[in-house]
Write a protein that binds this ligand. Structure first.
Ligand SMILES: Cc1ncc(COP(=O)(O)O)c(C=O)c1O
Length: 480
């Protein structure tokens, strides 16, 4: 038996490369990533290729390994090249993501040290680092000391965790799901509809509250609906405000909604996945006034803190609700004792084992400080004002609502023909060109092109280039 074990140990030894082998593969990876970063501006932001990465299937997983050079080549051809490069400053669609370098090194350290970040007992430092970030964000928002929070994989899971917490905090049981009412506008992110369904609450009633001309929640309609529902014997349960909608970047009247929620005993949730980190700026702080009145808040560092994909945050004003919805115990955990003042992520979230997400946020914050993040967000707010002004000056273009954060909607109004199909064609031409990536939305039946400026590599030259491309493609269609 000993002989067999030693033989297997030898076969498995490839899993533990020696120092020189580590150095060799690491150098190749660094060489590749450096080339990717240095050459980024020379490549398209959006690339429609013929096989869309299907070449990956030519290299099935097998019992024998390949060289790092070959692995990188397969990755480059099939993953890097086709589709969108979200790391590019030319990504001006949807809500752009980030990819700051320091964060990748945080992930590298997290993966090498493989610290377990779920429970305090085996990994007190990792849990303290997580809780320290939660505390920093809670203070930024203006939440009290009793706040709890969780670092999730993204905004959707953070919103799902919020819905479940709100359900249990308000003691909504299955036999009442069909009587409980959730209030929001049509512009809340669709992940919340998904979350309600996943939470088993598909039967609950959703009231679409009217929006004003700026696509913000009409608070008079909100309160009128709540009163009406109470009279009908329904259970007004939760109101959801947006701190930056995806469609147009609108911020609902957060303070007024907070007061209405309190008066009527509703759970008040805010989706600030896109907009909440603008609290780091003076302008954002003013515009987001009232955010601190919410019971729960989602904010996404992989959006407005420019981190690579894989980090959303849920904050809950009173941690006891988060704990009630998620705490567990198991006999094999009998040795685990947590201190009073440090909550274990596993006790307040659906995950037990998780990626050590705190490090990818802590490292850049420690290395850079918060000032560059604030500057970058302020730059994006100004770039948006600049684009809104400049596109409005271009003959034939109209703009949508004045941007509140960093989303602008605009469209061309042709002298003849259907404006919707013209703008659809214009967007197609821009995407075919690929130097920048834009998206669109439907506003009251009109096709609007959207520009969302949030990629940290989007600068003045990017926006000038975007204006040039938009004008160039408009002329092209008009002359065709
Ligand atoms: C306002 C808002 N909420 C939630 C989400 C979902 O977040 P995620 O894509 O991180 O799951 C998004 C994504 O764009 C968003 O813009």
């Amino acid at each position: 038996m000993r002989e067999k074990i030693l033989k297997l140990e030898k076969s498995a030894s490839l899993l533990e490369p020696k120092k020189e082998e580590r150095e060799e593969i690491r150098n190749k990876v660094v060489e590749y990533t450096e080339r990717f970063l240095e050459d980024m501006k020379e490549h398209k932001t959006f690339n429609i290729t013929k096989d869309q990465g299907a070449g990956l299937y030519d290299y099935p997983i097998s019992n024998m390994g390949i060289s790092i050079e070959e692995a990188i080549r397969i990755f480059k051809d099939n993953v890097e090249i086709p589709g969108l490069n979200p790391a590019s400053g030319g990504h001006l669609a949807y809500i752009p993501g980030g990819g700051i370098y320091h964060s990748s090194l945080g992930d590298y350290i997290a993966a090498i040290t493989n610290r377990y970040a779920g429970v305090f007992y085996p990994s007190p430092g990792a849990v303290r680092m997580t809780n320290m970030l939660i505390k920093w964000m809670a203070e930024l928002v203006g939440y009290p000391h009793m706040t709890g929070g969780n670092l999730t994989s993204g905004g959707s899971i953070a919103n799902l965790t919020a819905v479940i917490t709100a359900r249990d905090a308000k003691k909504i049981k299955g036999n009442n799901f069909h009587r409980c009412v959730v209030y929001c506008t049509k512009h809340i992110h669709h992940c919340i509809d998904k979350a309600i369904n996943i939470a088993g609450m598909r039967d609950c009633i959703r009231r679409d509250i009217k929006m004003d001309m700026q696509y913000k929640m009409n608070c008079a309609d909100l309160e009128a609906q709540i009163i009406k529902d109470k009279k009908k014997g329904l259970i007004p349960w939760m109101v959801i405000g947006s701190a930056g909608t995806t469609d147009v970047g609108a911020i609902d009247p957060l303070s007024t909604i907070g007061k209405i929620a309190k008066r009527n005993n509703l759970w008040y949730h805010i989706d600030g996945a896109y907009g909440a980190f603008f609290l780091l700026t003076k302008e954002g702080k003013t515009k987001l006034n009232g955010i601190e009145l919410s019971d729960s808040l989602v904010m996404d560092p992989h959006k407005s803190m420019f981190l690579p994909y894989g980090l959303g945050v849920l904050l809950v004003r009173n941690a006891k609700h988060l704990k009630y919805a998620h705490q567990f115990s198991a006999s094999y955990f009998q040795d685990v004792i947590d201190p009073e003042d440090e909550m274990s992520p596993a006790d307040i979230s659906p995950e037990l084992t998780k990626h050590f997400r705190a490090l990818r946020m802590w490292l850049p914050l420690k290395l850079c400080g918060t000032d560059p993040f604030t500057a970058c967000l302020e730059e994006k707010l100004l770039l948006t004002k600049y684009f809104y002004r400049e596109i409005g000056k271009v003959d034939g273009f109209v703009t949508g609502v004045e941007p509140e954060l960093s989303v602008t909607t605009f469209r061309y109004v042709p002298k003849n023909g259907d404006a919707n199909s013209f703008n659809k064609k214009l967007l197609d031409e821009i995407l075919l060109d690929g130097r920048i990536f834009l998206s669109s939305t439907d506003l009251d039946g009109s096709f609007f092109i959207r520009m969302a400026i949030l990629a940290f590599r989007s600068h003045l030259e990017t926006i000038d280039l975007a204006l040039e491309i938009i004008k160039e493609k408009t002329i092209l269609i008009n002359n065709s």
